[in-house]
Design a protein around this ligand. Structure first.
Ligand SMILES: Cc1cc2nc3c(=O)[nH]c(=O)nc-3n(C[C@H](O)[C@H](O)[C@H](O)COP(=O)(O)O)c2cc1C
Length: 304
């Protein structure tokens, strides 16, 4: 059996156990559609969308591909009014969330597979107890906001978090944070992950449509984790603008701090893998990652 033939594939109905991480304000529906069409799981980042925008995004992806895709939202108290209702009505194949717990029961009742985000083994256990179908293990390396919801903002390196989560829960564990190539994928599958989730790597695809200055900042400036941008810890390029905010007064609560930050200048979320990101079409990137993984996996198989 191939290392890539994991339970996540059957659960999500995908050919390749790879999820394009949802990235609010950074990942348009066209990216999700391209990734799903390539055989992995694209994700619509719904957290910054109105109910009507979310409905249109779901329909856009459905028109572009008949393959499975996910919709992602923030958990309460950050869940916007009316968006979960759209998910229940439109019934995307998969629903993922971060920042806490969304009760999976009503989603499951209409046939939607649910995925929660954990930054510790305890959070993975809490998600399993609520009845989700899979857990994303978000390591310290991950770009964007930390999903932590059980006190504090732990920064567990992914190679420690994945085995801890695999031991803590029976559910498929999806590794996220700093993953850039096929070797990374093989390393994490060997640690027991059932799949991988990549965000930053997809920021560099034309489908994401990120401005050049975002990509350059991630390539040239070391990333840092701080709550000075939005009021919640997230990883972004440690540009002079962000450093100035970090040296300033304590941040307002999430998400009000964002307005304070916006007055200072542009900021660029992303993870530690940006320097190794390739600028390719999203579908090509998915195919390359798996060709590399197959090569790396094959060469690490015992002879005979
Ligand atoms: C720009 C950006 C925005 C993000 N927004 C979301 C989001 O809306 N919802 C979510 O669950 N995760 C979000 N994340 C976190 C990703 O789901 C994922 O954990 C992360 O991208 C994985 O690490 P990587 O970026 O190093 O691949 C975001 C990440 C980035 C880089």
């Amino acid at each position: 059996m191939s290392l890539l033939d994991t339970p996540l594939r059957g659960l999500l109905g995908i050919e390749l156990p790879l999820v394009q991480a949802p990235m609010a304000n950074n990942a348009p529906p066209a990216l999700a559609a391209a990734v799903s069409a390539a055989g992995a799981l694209g994700s619509i980042a719904g957290a910054a969308l109105s109910p009507e925008e979310l409905r249109l995004a779901i329909r856009e992806v459905r028109e572009a591909t008949d393959r499975p895709f996910a919709v992602n939202l923030f958990a309460p108290p950050y869940l916007r009014d009316g968006v979960l209702e759209v998910v229940l009505e439109e019934r995307p194949p998969v629903f993922s969330f971060t920042f806490g717990i969304v009760d999976p029961a009503p989603l499951r009742a209409v046939g939607i597979v649910t995925i929660g985000t954990a930054t510790t083994a305890d959070e993975a256990r809490a998600l399993e107890e609520t009845g989700v179908d899979a857990v994303v293990a978000q390591g310290a390396e991950a770009g964007g906001h930390r999903g932590s919801f059980l006190g504090g903002f732990p920064l567990v390196p992914l190679v420690e978090l994945v085995p801890a989560c695999v031991e803590a829960v029976l559910l498929p564990v999806v590794a996220a944070g700093g993953i850039a190539d096929g070797r990374d994928i093989v390393e994490l599958l060997n640690l027991g992950a059932s799949g991988v989730s990549l965000g930053t790597a997809f920021l560099f695809t034309p489908e994401a449509g990120r401005p050049r200055r975002h990509l350059e900042a991630l390539r040239t400036v070391e990333t840092v984790v701080t709550d000075a941008y939005t009021g919640r810890p997230m990883r972004a390029a440690g540009t002079p603008v962000l450093r100035e905010l970090m040296a300033g007064p304590p941040p307002l609560p999430f998400p009000e701090q964002r307005a304070v930050a916006a007055q200072k200048g542009p900021l660029f979320m992303g993870g530690t893998g940006a320097r190794r990101a390739r600028e390719l079409d999203a579908g090509e990137l998915v195919r390359l990652l798996f060709a590399e993984a197959q090569e790396a996996g094959a060469s690490s198989m015992p002879p005979g």
